[in-house]
Structure formats: C-alpha cells, structure tokens
Design a binder for this molecule. Structure first.
Ligand SMILES: *Cc1c(COP(=O)(O)O)cnc(C)c1O
Length: 402
C-alpha cells in the first residue's frame, strides 16, 4: 500500500542518508540538503506560509515552531542550506535584508563597547554606523584593514568587543586578511565578523579562517536573481552573542518571510554554478580591460598585479568573485558618459544577479565616499563575457570619440 504520510524515519526509506557534512557544496546546494518532505514525499521543500503552529494536547510545541516571527519552517530550511555551505556549526539566521542582519549584530553589543570597522565598506552600513553608534553608546573607529599595524593599534583589549571586516570590500575590491585580523581580534577578546557578500561561501569560508560570524547580503549572489531582499548571519559555534542576536530578530520582527526564503532556496540550488561562471567572467573582463586605452585602472583581486592578490589567493578558492571596478581615463564625466552608452549592461545598483549591472558608484555614495569619481562598479552576470566586453568597449570608445 502506498504510504502518503510516512514519517521521516520510515524504515522503508532505504539506507540512512549520508551525513550532510560529507557532501561537497555543489551537491548540498543542488539538492537543498536533500530533505524529503515527510508528509508528502515532495522532493522540493514545501513553502509553509502559516504564521502559527498547533500546540500539542499537553501544551508543548513538539514541532519546535510556535509563531512565525521568532522562527518558521521554510526560513529555517534555507538557513540550513546556508549554514551547511559556510560550515557554520552555530547555525544561520535569515533577516529581511543584509542591513537588518548587520544592524542586529551591532545592536547586540552593550553600551560602552568599542568597535573597529573598515574605512572601505558597504556605504549604507558605514553611514548607519556613523548615525546610530552614538545612540547605541558604541564607539567606532574606522581603519584601513589591509594595514595590520593600524588594526593592532585600533584594537583595545577588554574594550573592543567587535571587529567588522568586509572582503572583498565594496566597491574598491580591497582585500582583508581574515586569519590575521581574526588573530588580532581574538588576542584582544573581541569577536570578528566578516561581511562576505562579494565572496560568497563558494569562494571564501571566513569561519575556517577564525571569524566568529559571517554576514551576507543574500540579496546579492546567494539569491542571484535580483528578486529577493534578504540578509543572513552564520555562526562558528554556540555563542551567547548569537543567542542575543536571535532574540533581537525575534522581538524586533526582523526575520525573513517564508516566501522570500523559498525563493532564496531556489536560487541557492545553483549558487556554486553561478558563482563559478560569474567569477570566471569577471576575471576575463578584468584581464581584457586592464589593456584598454580608456581604462586607467582595474580593481580586481584576481589580477596578479592587484594589491590584494596574494592574500586573496590564500583565502579565496575557485575564483575571486563577481564584482570588479574600473577607473575611466578622462575622469568623472567620461565614466558617467560611458555608463550612459552601454546597451547590454544594465545601469542599476546592486550586485550578484545573473544579469550584469554597471554603476557610477560615487554618485550613489555621495559626500565623504572613499570611491574615486572616475570609478564604475561592475557586477558580472552569467552572460557571455565576450558580449559584455564588446558592449563596454563600444561604450568606452564612443565616449573617447565624442
Ligand atoms: C548590498 C550590500 C549590503 C546590504 O545588503 P541589503 O540586502 O541591501 O540590505 C551589505 N554589504 C554589502 C557588501 C553589500 O553589497
């Protein structure tokens, strides 16, 4: 008799599945961990929209779920995939955006705590820190994270509680040595958090280099289809700090909704393939654009001549990421004019989607940005890199001509 409602531990289900820790990332992602829905035998994890869960007669919640604001089944499923990809033994927490995830980390600190953050980091988070750190009674020092002596000097043992880094850094593609900063942070009794949005777990696993937590704007390559805003934190191990962050998410209602989590999981299935293709495309563009007469500089850690290449080669595997920046000979006006002329590239903000995007970044970041005015930030998608190159080349040449 066919069984339509077999429990997960059905003895007829065949041999016990391999421990997920034995699966390679591509396999984990492709099968979204290989979970089969115990109720229906569905191969694709179901989308659970319910906001509330039935209590058992003895008043317990045996499912582990009670209400969808602290936690819900579909969001937890997507968290499981990301935690596996990051090999995060402390699990992962999804938020309604990358900013919500990052803000929860800073809000989990205590009044009087000192934070060290990078000079070059996601501008929205830097602006938020500048505006809100005082209200949270945090003090923040912004340092050049590729200068380890400066990092050592900025960290105060016993007072510094968090070092925040971002590698590669948006939009200058600066590389930070995760293992070296982790050691400095640990020696001072501080935690290290890494914004790894531009690397993805395919190319870097910061927890393996000693970070305590890793953050992603899952809006970018994790989802990869420019149709979900989401953020995630993944933790190296059990940590009271992670519990405090989970409590903040639960009470402030910052959790990612199940529908977005479902779409994110769909995107995650192809993450390793997309990341490999996008990184290969970015490297091809970086190499070719380095020799372009209208390009004065290419910022990309995959280039052997790049300032961050040696460290990037140590901590990144399988590619150097989908983000690169170019500086246009002729300055700001030429950069804006070139961006105005592209056809295939889309003039839009954001990163990591399957479609390639181009942006004059200084106009977005405004006053006080470390981003030079002649810089265009490129997010390489999965199109044929030679088509992307032809389009950009034509735009740059037309700009020079007139
Ligand atoms: C986009 C981005 C963020 C912010 O994420 P949202 O999902 O837009 O809130 C943070 N860090 C980096 C590096 C980003 O690119």
């Amino acid at each position: 008799m066919p069984r339509t409602n077999a429990p997960a531990t059905d003895p007829d289900a065949g041999p016990a599945p391999l421990d997920a820790a034995e699966w390679r990332p591509r396999t984990l992602a492709a099968q979204a961990m290989g979970h089969i829905d115990p109720a229906t035998r569905a191969v694709v994890p179901p989308l659970h929209l319910s906001t509330t869960y039935l209590r058992d007669p003895d008043n317990a919640y045996r499912s582990g779920f009670s209400y969808a604001r602290p936690d819900n089944a579909t969001t937890r499923e997507a968290e499981g995939v990301i935690a596996a990809l990051e090999q995060a033994e402390g699990g992962a927490l999804l938020f309604g955006s990358g900013m919500a995830a990052a803000a929860a980390v800073f809000c989990a600190l205590s009044p009087g705590d000192h934070v060290v953050a990078p000079q070059v980091m996601y501008w929205g988070l830097k602006r938020w820190l500048r505006q809100e750190a005082g209200r949270l009674a945090l003090t923040v020092d912004f340092v050049a994270m590729d200068d380890l002596d400066a990092v050592r000097e900025a960290v105060h043992p016993g007072r510094t509680r968090l070092v925040w880094i971002e590698t590669p850094g948006n939009p200058l593609c600066t590389i930070t040595d995760i293992a070296a900063v982790a050691e400095i942070a640990r020696a001072a009794g501080a935690r290290l958090a890494v914004d790894s949005t531009a690397a993805s777990p395919v190319h870097t696993r910061p927890l393996a280099f000693g970070a305590d937590l890793v953050m992603h704007s899952a809006t970018k390559i994790l989802n990869g289809h420019s149709d979900v805003v989401a953020g995630v934190l993944a933790f190296a191990g059990a940590d009271p700090f992670a519990e405090r962050i989970a409590a903040i998410r639960a009470t402030w209602g910052a959790i990612l909704g199940p529908f977005e989590a479902y779409l994110l999981m769909r995107g995650l299935r192809t993450l390793p393939l997309r990341a490999a293709a996008q990184s290969a495309g970015a490297l091809h563009l970086a190499e070719r654009l380095s020799a372009h007469p209208q390009v004065s500089a290419v910022l990309y850690p995959g280039l052997p001549t790049d300032r961050g290449h040696a460290v990037a080669a140590r901590q990144m595997t399988g590619g150097y990421g989908y983000m690169l920046s170019i500086r246009v000979a002729g300055g700001e006006a030429a950069a804006v004019a070139a961006a105005a002329r592209v056809q295939l590239w889309k003039r839009a903000t954001s990163l990591g989607g399957v479609e390639s995007l181009i942006e004059h970044r200084a106009s977005v970041e405004g006053e006080g940005t470390p981003c030079p005015p002649d810089l265009l930030r490129l997010s390489t998608g999965i199109e044929d890199p030679d088509d992307l190159l032809r389009d950009l080349d034509a735009a740059l040449r037309a700009t020079q001509a007139g």
